[in-house]
Design a binder for this molecule. Structure first.
Ligand code: GDP
Length: 463
């Protein structure tokens, strides 16, 4: 691949502070590229130069400026290409914490000729040097962003290459099938062992099943990383804020007996069994003339649309109204759970009453004041989107990767349909060809500058 075409500065030496900004015990400045050692040597003075120090061996020394003044006592270590994070020569200088020293160190290296690294450029180089593939590079980003242990494990699983292996397996199966089909197409007179179409169909169905499983594992990973957004909706005064607070175990929203007090969308996040759940408490969805409340209602509608899941609260102690009937209608096409609230006081509305207007909905009865019921509600919300047993199998996947896998799946399913309809083998072959194209893009074997830029620009500088 002619990488230089895309990346003009591919051969220079980059540097950045690789630890987080802020006060800390140490800060690490990292260099990568062919002149990493030369530049580092100019600012690092140990008993011996780094060049005479074995790779991966920490050498004690001083950070020095152009006049030879000692600025800090530091540690230096180098990694010889290709056995480094980026696949190039890498040097790390571990300074004492505080950004002042690390910034000074970086400045000195830039004076020597190093270039300030772009966001994600170290990981980008690892990818370009073939150390990791794109799914692994994106997992590195997942590790930085992970909000919970489970999300971290899913990212680590992907970084270790488990997702890539699964994808490569599917790729090879498709390649074998394509080779067979195309050989028959191109050389019909040759005596190539012919794969009967029911055999091809069997294999394709197997690939389709594998792909569906992979997509669901990636969806789990996405939920672990990005969390679930739950919009709490319903008429005013049914107990939305009370349930929001109970879910968050804190009094965040103002709970009052006056209808229409929540005029904004208030967000709060919890991590439940490793899954970040973002709750959005919305203004009551009802027709109103109050200007401020109207703004609240339109924000509530936005939250309603953007959520992964809606929690519809109903006041069980009051009769259903036209607003409820309207909401039930709207919810029919959106994933949701219904909670009949205020179970601690006499009830007028039963689950059966609700089934008349929402026949397919999952319904639970609870009280905002019942802690156990609130815990069970969290469980229900998570189960609605993913099964708990699947959490340990999640892959860190980005929306891009899931979209690519879905494209592959639709190509494979089209190929299956072609065979079933007795269409010419050329069509089957071209579907499989397209499927492989998407797999190539997924792994980064086939890419362009825009794709690479879109992925790596999400990283922080220094990674
Ligand atoms: P929102 O307007 O839907 O957010 O409703 P709020 O959370 O502000 O609650 C309205 C009123 O209902 C308040 O007086 C709450 O104390 C009361 N309330 C909320 N949940 C329950 C419940 O489970 N049982 C009882 N008895 N009252 C509740």
């Amino acid at each position: 691949m002619a990488l230089e075409k895309y990346f003009l500065n591919y051969n220079d030496t980059i540097a950045s502070i690789s630890t987080a900004w802020g006060e800390a015990g140490i800060a690490i400045v990292r260099l990568s590229g062919p002149q990493a050692l030369d530049f580092a040597e100019k600012v690092f003075k140990g008993i011996k130069p780094l060049k005479e120090t074995p790779p991966r061996y920490m050498r004690n020394g001083f950070l020095v400026n152009e006049n030879g003044d000692h600025l800090d006592e530091v540690l230096g270590v180098w990694f010889r290409a290709p056995k480094s994070y980026t696949g190039e020569d890498v040097v790390e200088i571990h300074c004492h914490g505080g950004l002042l020293v690390a910034s000074k160190c970086l400045e000195l290296l830039i004076d020597q000729g190093a270039r300030l690294a772009e966001p994600g450029e170290f990981t980008q180089r690892a990818f370009l040097n073939g150390r990791i593939d794109l799914t692994q590079a994106e997992a590195a980003l997942g590790i930085i962003r992970a909000k919970s242990d489970e999300a971290l494990r899913a990212a680590a699983r992907t970084l270790r290459g488990e997702l890539s292996i699964k994808i490569a397996e599917i790729y090879d199966l498709l390649l074998n099938l394509s080779a067979n089909l195309e050989a028959n197409l191109d050389f019909p007179e040759e005596d190539i062992p012919f794969l009967p179409s029911d055999e091809v169909l069997k294999k394709l169905n197997q690939i389709s099943t594998n792909l569906k499983r992979l997509i669901s594992r990636c969806n789990v990973g996405k939920v672990l990383r990005d969390g679930i957004k739950v919009a709490i909706v319903g008429r005013p005064n049914v107990g939305k804020s009370s349930i929001f607070n109970a879910l968050l175990e804190e009094a965040r929203a103002i709970v009052t007996p006056i209808p229409g007090t929540t005029r904004d969308v208030i967000e709060g996040m919890i991590v439940y069994k490793g899954i970040p759940i973002i709750f959005m408490d919305t203004a009551g969805l009802r027709a109103t003339n109050d200007v401020v409340e109207t703004i609240g209602v339109s924000m509530a509608q936005k939250a309603f649309r953007e959520a992964d899941l809606r929690l519809w609260i109903i006041d069980g102690s009051e009769a259903l109204t036209q607003d409820d009937i309207n909401l039930a209608e709207e919810l029919k096409t959106h994933p949701h759970i219904i909670a009949i609230n205020k179970a601690d006081i006499p009830q007028i509305v039963s689950p059966d009453d609700l089934r008349e207007i929402a026949p397919d909905s999952e319904i639970t009865v609870l009280s905002a004041f019942d802690k156990l019921a609130i815990e069970k509600l969290k469980e229900r919300l998570v189960n609605k989107l993913i099964k708990h047993s699947a959490i340990n199998e999640g892959f860190n996947a980005t929306a891009r990767q899931i979209e690519m896998l879905k494209n592959v799946l639709s190509c494979v399913d089209n190929a299956i349909a072609s065979i079933n309809m007795g269409e010419p083998e050329e069509l089957v072959a071209s579907n499989l060809y397209e499927a492989r194209y998407y797999l190539d893009r997924l792994l980064g074997r086939n890419f362009d500058e825009d794709l690479i830029h879109a992925i790596f620009s999400q990283f922080c500088v220094g990674k």
